[in-house]
Ligand binder design. Structure first.
Ligand code: PLP
Length: 414
């Protein structure tokens, strides 16, 4: 049955109707957007807020005394409060960045350069996005620290015994993805944080693939730093978030410096603003922040628990449906240990060709190394094809993917 919604209580087709771009047709066919892991499409509520922010409330924030500037400031700071509440974090510990990449770099520079030294260990996992590898490589190069990687199990989970063994080296930092952007693995972050803390390590969690899909409670997880990126949470590009523990943030020097992040500036020296503004140099993405605020409000109205249940059911449906495609290898763990994405390979066809042929049916998937080249090496492939889901994804979308894959096999005479 090609149902349009995957759970009785969640009407994904009605959700899809809220996305103007999903009403588009290309060459007379509807769009089947299965690349939300790369960036999410934007619902009307977000587009409307962005439009209103520019159209009716635009003025630079924090500086002007006139009403318009106060409105813009209130909308920006209101969005911060809204976003902080969404993930259970204190407002003062919620810092706006450009994206999660910048959030991680902020920690690598401002915390890392002060707290990691020669011979220290930084623990990473092989399933990290480059954004959570390269900043630590650069830090390690600069200060003479070492990187150590947790082993993976064959079904793409973290081997917790190997993690425990690495903790015996008393690492300074553990940096881990909440959900892998390739394997889809949902990592046991709470357990990782507890064990890392017991070993004296600070923990940074890259929440880019988690926050759009499951209820994240930053305080309950206990991570010292938790970052995510706005454009994957149905918000606009150009805004991301770093949550950090107050004691750590207060002890850190600023990352970027200049206007807005200061308390006072003299010819020779400056003092810095309090949290969170100490880490927000220059004009902030204040309009984008209002869009992200609207996005999390929209997600909350849908009910993140319902969204999560819907996407989990859809991933289970897709994993099942993909077994019908001969010669298809799926990477990563079973549905219950996954976020909302599936990477796969089709025997005898390059992932780029798979994506290209699916594109002829307007099925949008991602092919490549997914900014995770070390993981590709570990999997013994150069690339995979990835389908990633969102609140608006339906069983019909999965059926279109599976039909498209059968077609790819026909084209390649497999
Ligand atoms: C797990 C993960 N981390 C980090 C990033 C980087 O996000 P951004 O480019 O928005 O900083 C991505 C984006 O694909 C991701 O999936």
């Amino acid at each position: 049955m090609a149902a349009t919604a995957s759970t009785a209580t969640f009407d994904a087709a009605a959700v899809a109707a809220q996305f103007p771009i999903l009403q588009r047709e290309i060459d007379g066919r509807p769009l089947v957007y299965l690349d939300s892991g790369a960036t999410a499409q934007k619902p009307e509520a977000v587009l409307r807020t962005l439009d209103e922010s520019y159209r009716l409330h635009n003025a630079n924030i924090h500086r002007g005394v006139y009403t318009l500037a106060q409105e813009a400031t209130d909308r920006f700071e209101g969005a911060r409060e809204r976003i902080a509440r969404f993930v259970g974090a204190p407002t003062a510990e919620t810092i706006f960045t450009k994206n999660v990449t910048e959030a991680i770099n902020l920690v690598a520079y401002a915390w890392g350069r002060r707290n990691v030294g020669p011979g220290d260990t930084i623990v990473l996992t092989p399933m990290e996005h480059h954004a959570n590898i390269v900043p630590w490589q650069q830090l390690a190069l600069e200060v003479g620290a070492r990187l150590a990687y947790v082993e993976l199990t064959d079904d793409g989970r973290l081997d917790m015994d190997s993690f425990d063994a690495l903790l015996e080296r008393a690492p300074k930092l553990v940096a881990v993805a909440h959900v892998s952007n390739v394997l889809g693995t949902l990592n046991p972050v709470e357990a990782i944080v507890a064990r890392a803390h017991a070993a004296g390590a600070v923990v940074l969690v890259d929440g880019a693939q988690a926050v759009p899909h499951l209820r994240v409670d930053v305080r309950a997880l206990g991570a010292d730093f938790y970052g995510f990126t706005g454009h994957k949470v149905y918000g606009p590009t150009g805004v991301g978030v770093l949550h950090g523990r107050r004691e750590l943030l207060e002890a850190m020097p600023p990352f970027l410096t200049g206007g807005d992040m200061i308390s006072s500036v003299d010819f020779e020296s400056s003092t810095f603003h309090e949290l969170p503004w100490k880490f927000e140099a220059g004009t902030s993405p204040y309009v984008q922040a209002t869009g992200l605020g609207a996005a999390v409000e929209w997600l909350d109205a849908l009910g993140l628990e319902a969204v999560h249940a819907h996407e989990q059911a859809l991933v289970a449906y897709a994993l099942d449906a993909l077994t019908e495609v001969p010669g298809l290898t799926v990477y990563g763990p079973p549905a219950e240990q996954r976020g909302s994405l599936i990477s796969f390979a089709l025997d005898g066809v390059h992932p780029h060709d798979v994506a290209e042929l699916l594109n002829r049916r307007n099925v949008c998937v991602r092919a490549g190394h997914h900014c995770a080249q070390p993981l590709m090496r570990r999997l013994g492939v150069s690339a995979t094809t990835r389908a990633s889901f969102a609140a608006h994804s339906t069983r019909a979308d999965v059926d279109a993917l599976v039909d498209g894959l059968h077609d790819v096999r026909r084209v390649f005479r497999l």
